[in-house]
Write a protein that binds this ligand. Structure first.
Ligand code: CP
Length: 313
């Protein structure tokens, strides 16, 4: 099997993104059956290394591999030899002795997936590395958008609101949204906006005065775990919520809300929006399963059968 890493959205062309989304769509009927399993990846081995907390990404990658009949092996940092000081390089060499086809990894350090890839013949899929990239989140977001608004997303206006500086989701989503022709605006406190980000061709706003222009509002939580103790990015969460929190009062009827999760109710998102069935948050979680099935499948079989339109079953 050829090694096909997915570490950044830069690893994918627009055609490959569209093929992945088509492939995910073709897996949807499997997820509606009583027996939600196909033999597609029988005999393949997928290792899940989650060295940073995760609910959605870890559970959906595990379930996606099982739905495709692959053998799975999960290892968390806690309880593994990492606690005894084993390095990522040596962990990679050790696990590669089992001949895995794919290693999925979440890690607190940006660039960890490149280190892993350099030390294994398995394909590496980035499930989130520090504040660098979260490409599979971007792909599931694109899938939810396409399922909700139709295949052509060009010209849609999406605002990403919150802690852009510490967000790997924002970095991947900006690339993916722009790749499919969306008009991206970032909004948040100046202290949480990366310097020079406007050079990526995005709008930059420091308040929500023009929020009504958005078709979709993509909320981000404040990434407390990436803010060094003592650093002062916000005067208070209450102040942040007053300036950037989204409640029904701030929303126009045509606007839809997205959030990668986990949400912080009462901070970036009001409980009224979090519990509103019009938001796309639960749909994003559902999309994660079909999209990660497609990613595992395409990582193994490749992207060359574009003429199939992504049909796999
Ligand atoms: N969106 C996301 O990555 O969620 P988890 O941290 O729960 O995986």
């Amino acid at each position: 099997m050829a090694k096909r890493d997915l570490i950044s959205m830069e690893d994918l062309s627009r055609e490959q993104v569209e093929l992945l989304l088509d492939t995910a769509e073709s897996f949807l009927p499997v997820l509606e059956r009583d027996i939600k399993k196909v033999p597609t990846l029988r005999g393949r081995t997928i290792v899940n290394l989650f060295w940073e907390a995760s609910t959605r990404t870890s559970s959906s990658f595990d379930l996606a591999a099982k739905r495709l009949s692959a053998d799975t092996l999960a290892l968390k940092a806690s309880g593994s030899a990492v606690e005894k000081g084993e390095s990522l390089k040596d962990t990679a060499i050790t696990l590669s002795a089992y001949g895995p086809d794919i290693i999925v990894m979440r890690h607190p350090s940006a660039g960890a997936c490149q280190v892993l890839s350099a030390n294994t013949d398995a394909s590496v899929i980035n499930a989130g590395d520090g504040k660098h990239q979260h490409p599979t989140q971007c792909l599931l977001d694109l899938f939810s958008l396409r399922q909700t608004f139709g295949r052509d997303l060009s010209g849609m206006k999406i605002w990403i609101v919150g802690d852009i500086l510490h967000s790997r989701v924002a970095r991947s989503d900006i690339m993916g949204f722009q790749m499919l022709g969306m008009d991206v605006t970032l909004a948040g406190p100046p202290t949480m906006m990366p310097r020079g980000i406007g050079e990526m061709g995005v709008g930059v706003e420091y308040d929500l005065g023009r929020l009504k222009e958005a078709d979709v509002i993509y909320l981000l939580r404040i990434q407390q775990e990436r803010i060094k103790a003592g650093a002062n990015f916000l005067s208070s969460l209450r102040e942040y919520s007053r300036l950037f929190g989204i409640t029904t009062a701030r929303l126009h009827p045509h606007q839809r809300v997205m959030h990668p999760g986990p949400i912080n109710r009462g901070v970036e998102i009001g409980a009224d929006i979090a519990d509103d069935e019009e938001n796309l948050i639960a749909h994003q979680v559902f999309s994660g399963l079909a999209v990660r099935m497609a990613i595992l499948y395409r990582t193994i079989v490749g992207y060359s059968d574009v003429s199939s339109g992504g049909e796999v079953l």
